[in-house]
Design a protein around this ligand. Sequence first.
Ligand code: SF4
Length: 486
Amino acid sequence: MGSPGRWGYPDRVTSPGKSLLDKSLLDKVWDAHAVRELPSGQTQLFIGLHLIHEVTSPQAFAMLREAKLPVRFPSRTFATVDHIIPTESQRRPLADELAEEMLVALERSCAEHRIRLFDPGSGKQGIVHVIGPELGLTQPGMTIACGDSHTSTHGAFGAVAFGIGTSQVADVLATQCLALARPKVRRIEVTGKLRAGVYAKDVILTIIRRLGVQGGVGYAYEYAGPVVDAMTIEERLTLCNMSIEGGARCGYVNPDEATFDYLRGREFAPKGEAFERARAAWRAAASDPGARYDDRVEIEGSALAPAVTWGIHPGQSVAVDEKLPRLAEVPATERAAAAEAFEFMGLRPGEPVAGTRIDVAFIGSCTNGRISDLREAARVARAGRVAPHVKALVVPGSQAVARQAEAEGLPEVFRAAGFEWRQAGCSMCLAMNPDKLVGRQLCASSSNRNFKGRQGSPTGRTLLMSPAMVAAAALRGAVADVRELL
Ligand code: SF4
């Protein structure tokens, strides 16, 4: 595998004006993977791990076929099926003909190029950003690319990971390299300690609300501070997942003992002595204590409350115990967008967000479809039953998550409370499968985007929140403060 880069970290210093002792992880990983600087000022960057899925790879494989090019490093490329896969029955052939065609196309391309595919029959299928980490493919110090915006997720391990477009997928398949501009680095320190009922999802929604959905453009976000240090790897995955929603193409957490403990024993992680050698290299990839940053931001973690979005981008959120903003309180530059959001959402400025009636509750996605998310949601689900007017879905992020949940009896907890228990996939996050909102339904969702039409209906509406908050909303039939149920 591609860690820790071809030259290792300590002995190559190409970041302009930086010494050995003041480099951020971003600079170290970038320098270790730089093939050369291009006349454009960009870097030709070697990609350690390339993850692909059925939606953004077909055109890329077609481009390769047309150019008669092989895949340069099949052993660094891994595929799964997630976006189009149905979650009620994954029996082949899939009921939807187009979905079956897309899966067959991926199977053919992977067979032709000797790429490992985790299909539904493998027992390892799932959302690309869930299976990479759980299989140990995602490792510290790597460069990782995938034709999906939420590739930033993998930064939780101290990898530099970013989403790419279809033509770039073809570039990586053919050359294992990309031409990219080095981002600046903003360190975001979350101080204090999170209170009960406040999760990584609330931290990242608050960061995006504070810095804006464009605030991270041109930056990589380095998340740090006591709250981040205390987070589990799964919580860090949630945090990094939504970096792109704040405009930062990648976000990362410096690797530490929690990272190494998570990786030990995973299928694709190094074993035995190789693990110990890798661990030393992974540790060396972390930002130096004297690292210099292009910007620094501090967020007081102890002051955070559960967050809920009310608008049509993830920056439009409030704490669950707050009222929706009045237009006069919104900065002038954001007022038109806020007015548009209120009109689309059918919500009124100045009203409390708690009590907003919902129609659908969705727990899943690459943001919050991991076992710890399902455990927290089940803890809430034990407190009651889903309101009669609410359709509630729980969709594990991978087959491995589903197996673990089954071993812990979580499906029974959810079913007893009135939730549907489904099979692994992206489900209602993007609704490229049968799980869709209908008409103007309002959905409490643990996913990452609340854009107009995101969940399958052009007029469907999305409120983003943590999985525990979604479970609380399902039980109450309306947005509720999960802290009252825990
Ligand atoms: S769960 Fe949603 S955001 Fe994540 S990969 Fe699937 S469609 Fe994309």
